[in-house]
Design a protein around this ligand. Structure first.
Ligand SMILES: Cc1cc2nc3c(=O)[nH]c(=O)nc-3n(C[C@H](O)[C@H](O)[C@H](O)COP(=O)(O)OP(=O)(O)OC[C@H]3O[C@@H](n4cnc5c(N)ncnc54)[C@H](O)[C@@H]3O)c2cc1C
Length: 377
């Protein structure tokens, strides 16, 4: 039940206590909360950040480690619903955030690209349409025909799309590093401090950055960011180097890659037990774990020992758009979350966007992410 990423030892955070009330209190010490805290502190704000666990103890330290540009839905699908230029602007924002993330992450990020694979002809056609839209709009992207997919991929996938600017993360190392930067910038970080009520927080502005973990603090909006469980395994290290870059297929339901020490990490297969995976319970289950093990055995051509198994929770939103901005009906409350399983880059970017908006510098991109849309206001 231990995340492979979180099992890496980390240095303690710089202890820092504010000598009075905070300007902004943040609930949630994952990538979103740490990113917002750093931006606010660097702008001179007094920030106190609370997490019920340690920094990165939520989904930020339990995820697949894919740092992907773009949103949670395919580019052409988003362009169809919001328009081509707004979609391109959204994607460019995420590319800039990914550049900045890689600059800060040091050896916690490897800029190796990512490979999105089709499992059948229908998915191949969908990927091809997305590829063409990205290519036409000037985004770096490469098409790989089935013949170009070699090694352990040969004969399995009818095509794929390579995103050269994406990265593979050690996400817990990255977010702990981001937390350390925030602490050094003057943020008071209170780990193992669950906030049970907004009345506990002595600050004129409160940002809830808990994504899929129900904080109990968001009222009606909370139920509209649906807690969804993702499960993963990490195998023993192996000699072969098959999956140097993040691979994902079957509409993102399956994802896998190899760590620098040779382990295969695989996640997904939520759809083998869809109903039971809409939960905030961080347990692993035999059904999904069994599906992950069989999948890895098939890829490797032999059974591999599983050294780590774990689960995490992410927040799913019906329209696959993040939820970032002030919460209607409560003047001091803000939210940033709902990345629909795509929060490594979006969380970093949206934490910054929320912080800048709190500072009075609101990016028009936030029009797309308005929390009020979930409530029909
Ligand atoms: C298995 C899995 C695989 C994934 N793979 C990928 C991937 O490869 N690429 C990608 O981009 N995204 C992926 N995601 C999604 C991504 O991990 C999340 O979207 C992202 O980490 C969200 O970051 P966050 O900071 O908003 O929230 P989190 O990192 O989840 O942090 C929220 C924190 O809030 C705290 N909290 C909640 N309530 C309270 C309270 N009342 N008081 C105090 N603290 C509270 C929790 O303890 C938690 O630490 C995956 C998610 C899972 C679960």
């Amino acid at each position: 039940m231990t995340s492979y990423w979180l099992s890496e030892p980390c240095p303690p955070l710089l202890a820092h206590a504010l000598d009075g009330p905070a300007d902004v209190a943040i609930v949630g010490g994952g990538v979103t909360g740490c990113s917002a805290a750093l931006t606010l502190a660097r702008a001179g704000k007094r920030v106190c950040l609370h997490d019920a666990r340690e920094i990165s103890g939520g989904a930020s330290g339990r995820n697949g480690g894919f740092a992907l540009r773009g949103g949670a839905a395919p580019y052409d699908v988003i362009a169809e619903s919001i328009g081509r230029e707004p979609a391109a602007d959204y994607w460019r924002h995420t590319e800039r955030a990914l550049d900045e993330l890689c600059g800060l992450a040091g050896d916690a990020a490897r800029r190796v690209g990512s490979l999105r694979l089709a499992v059948d002809e229908e998915e191949r056609d969908e990927l091809r349409a997305e590829y063409e839209a990205l290519d036409e709009d000037g985004f770096a992207v490469e098409w790989h025909d089935a013949a170009a997919l070699n090694g352990a991929l040969a004969g399995r996938f009818p095509g794929g799309m390579f995103h050269p600017s994406d990265a593979a993360l050690q996400p817990a190392r990255w977010v702990r590093r981001l937390g350390a930067l925030a602490a050094r910038a003057g943020v008071e970080i209170r780990e193992y401090s669950r906030v049970a009520s907004l009345d506990e927080l002595d600050a004129p502005v409160v940002l809830i950055a808990t994504d899929g973990y129900p904080s109990g603090l968001l009222g009606e909006i909370e139920g509209l960011i649906v807690p969804t469980r993702g499960q993963m395994i990490a195998t023993e290290p192996i000699e072969e180097r098959w999956f140097e870059v993040p691979h994902y297929g079957r509409h993102g339901f399956d994802y896998w890659h190899q760590t620098p020490d040779g382990r295969i990490l695989a996640g997904g297969f939520r759809d083998t037990s869809m109903d039971s995976e809409f939960t905030a319970n961080e347990q692993t289950t035999p059904t999904v774990q069994g599906a992950l093990e069989s999948f890895v055995e098939e890829l490797a051509g032999r059974p591999l020992r599983v050294d780590y198994r774990w689960a995490g929770i992410f927040g799913l939103v019906l329209d696959f758009m993040p939820v970032v901005g002030p919460v209607p009906g409560d003047e001091r409350l803000w939210v940033s979350g709902g990345y629909s399983g795509h929060g490594n880059v979006l969380g970093f970017m949206c934490g910054q966007l929320a912080a800048r908006a709190i500072l009075g510098d609101r990016d028009p991109l936030l029009d797309l992410f308005e929390p009020g849309r979930l409530l029909g206001v």
